[in-house]
Write a protein that binds this ligand. Sequence first.
Ligand code: SF4
Length: 333
Amino acid sequence: MYKIEFDQLDQWIENYKIKRVLVQVPLGLRSMIPEVVRHLKTKNVEAIISIDSCWGACDLAYGEAKALAADGLIHMGHARMIKYEEVPTIYLECRVSDPTSLIRVADKVAEVIGEKKVVGLGMTVQWLDTVDLFIEKLKERGIIPLIGSKGPKTPYRGVVVGCDYTCIWSIVDKIDCSLIIGSTFHGLGAALTTSKPVYTIDPELGIVKEMDTEAENLLKCRYAWIEVFKNAKRIGVLISMKIGQRKIGTALRLKKILEAEGKEVDLLSVDELREDLLDNLPYDGYVNTACPRLSLEDQMRFRAPLLLPSEVLLSIGKLKWKNTIYSTKYLLV
Ligand code: SF4
């Protein structure tokens, strides 16, 4: 169902004279491993598959590739986010080639959204090749689709990742609602940070889902965790070791700001944040400068508040709740 860009891969192998490669594959694309490995074998390239987690294009396994003396890194399922490379890197985006499942939901979309609506479209990179046809189908049903500009973390217009919805943010004043093709994870991110209604399409499940109720409930929980954080005396500021999530400057600034508020603050480094890693640590609250979705989706697994930088500023009155939620500030500050 996903198209692998083998021509590009062959060219890259030739250009960099690749003999050994580390392959990173997100969970949902693991069934493609044999196809890729078989192809690499025909090119006399030794493949090592990383079975560590691979959450996004921010998460490049350069340490692993170097430790294994790999000549290159194949990163599957995401579009390029980081410009520089520590070892030669190719992104195999694995786009969907058959638009049938997406086209099938066009009627449902029209039913849920209604006619004559101006709709901001966002999608994961997998759906990029099918979107022109989908746009035609929406127009036939009286919907007016718009695509905004590309963002700092996406190389294509219309593509969203869990922490960048520029294609919606950039046109939010012109649309009635937005439609995110991919999963509820991506739809929820848009619904937390845009003021207009958001719908998610999951073409594989044939679902069109309104996301605003879920977003509202999540924001209520975030508000409660911010209140808990206010009483925390000792704070750990987390710095991610993942290359695209490493924000040392932000962590240092937040440490200084919190210390000025009378908190005792330490900097903590971590690669893959799990709840057990926080066991026995002497902190009442944490600041998450790594992937923002850890605070949003995974907070309940942690016993202490895990606040985003924007939420820290909210907790000390340097940002106002009404100016932060449903705005880009929420994920990006
Ligand atoms: S949402 Fe998280 S995992 Fe996804 S690209 Fe952003 S930082 Fe990376």
